[in-house]
Design a protein around this ligand. Sequence first.
Ligand code: KIV
Length: 609
Amino acid sequence: MLAGLTSGNNGTQAAAPAAGDNGVSSVLPQSQRPRPQYTPNRIDDPNYVRIFDTTLRDGEQSPGATLTSSEKLEIAKQLAKLKVDIIEAGFPVASPDDFDAVRRIAMDVGNTRDASGYVPVICGLSRTKLRDVEVAWDAVRLAERPRVHTFLATSPIHMEYKLRMTEDQVVENAVAAVKHLRKLGCQDIEFSPEDASRSEPQFLCRVLSEVIKAGATTVNIPDTTGWALPHEFGALIAELRKNTEGAENVIFSAHCQNDLGLATANALAAGEAGARQLECTINGIGERAGNTSLEEVVMAIALRGEGLMNGLWTGVQPIHIAPTSRMVQDYTGMAIQPHKAIVGANAFAHESGIHQDGMLKSRQTYEIMVPETIGLTRADEAGIVLGKHSGRHALKTRLTQLNYTLTEEQVSDVFRRFKDVADKKKTISDEDLLALMTDEVHQAEVIYELIDLQVMCGSLGMPTASVKMRGPDGVIRTASGMGTGPVDASYKAIDTLVNIPVELMDYSMQSVTEGIEALAITRISLRPTGKLASEAFTTNAQGRQSQRTFSGSGADEDIVVASARAYVSGLNKLVAVMKAPKISAAERELQRLQASKPLTERASNAVAV
Ligand code: KIV
């Protein structure tokens, strides 16, 4: 029986949860197995499934999910705690910012081995254009285990309308990119035939055979439009593994979009059909309806892999799932729905009388996993009640129990806010603490700081707000504004000091707990208008252009203050991203190297695209 679960395969057996590091039940036995040694094109354990996380690439392609370079680095560090096998850190050719973010992750996270010897592969995405390939390789090559993932569409629709290429040209370009990567020194090469599930299987086999011959080590089969059904996608993977020359020398992978809500089911079907790499994102964020949700795939394999999937297992440490989900929500501004599987607020809530009665009699009646497994400890079982007399140590201990590892400076920041809130509230719940984490820790760098806010409003006159803020120059200034309501007035006052024209795209507020003294958490998104608007466009790997929006969040007992904090947080993110140097030092160095090469070696398209 697996420790950490409340049921066996038939959902009826019980087990006492295992004790984890911090004394709570947490760890599944699979997550303690040593993972097989990393060789790009081979896995020595036939049941081991690599988890390839693309939150920072496909996930960032979600409308509105702009991340700063520092936020990407923080998320990558958290993904390394989860122990995903591969981190797709971005699309380096997209902009100097993207290049820098991938390079920083490669140099930092990609060179940090833990005590068990684990270090993630750092991957950069690239089209098959040789210049893209060179930039992607340059961004990742300083990682201990660098990988480039190159892709080209193979479906009749994409080849005719998007690429305007013949089948032969597609094969030629794909092979040229893989060979070029080999020539550059890259030994870990992933190739994706984009829109594979709508491609002719025979043509897919031809392309895959050729890229394998050229040196690809992983072939990834994307269901780019989320079109496939699980049995169909599993059959496609099996057919490709059977009919592709050299299939036995590479790892097959699956990348499933969620347009029909089938991404998790399709990824699992691919795993059962022999795919040994599954591509996922935290919270399932990604293009359109999103990507395969990492937490769903990992927990499905953890709970059912042994019994019903011929022993499949992953090396992911589920105990870090909840904090990672929270961090990604905070940084991307993409809050998940309460009923989201595994990580939604209601995933372990039992509302109906019958369910509550069952839970009181035995937790196995309605829980197929205990929340501790994914890093959620129940406040009532932790034995610590935080309130106004609690000290820094108690706060830090509780945050550690919730699987947050903070620097001393971050603990001090949260503690300062904790004391403010605890003065007004009798007890501080875990939800309150997580709201303070959102407000204090999961933030873009503080460029403008909100110091004080005073608002006059009511039915007698025009709502008026005064704000006091510290600017990037360290000078404290005050301003006031009038608006249609107290929030609008505060935003006008802040605008006067920040002086960047923006449009508010979205605003939401949620009470963190029940009761009149509850903390409120506000999330906003905004986008620049005027001259800056034209600079805020981004082009994704598939060539889609979109205007960047920037998210912000803030928490306070006062809803107007929470709203103002969220607005300043969104403005800080905008300034951090838009004011980043347009040409980075790394890009300049690349250009210099490029210019110093003989013309024949320079990046160019070997085959016209
Ligand atoms: O959805 C897709 O096809 C992709 C590929 C680049 C793998 O994101």
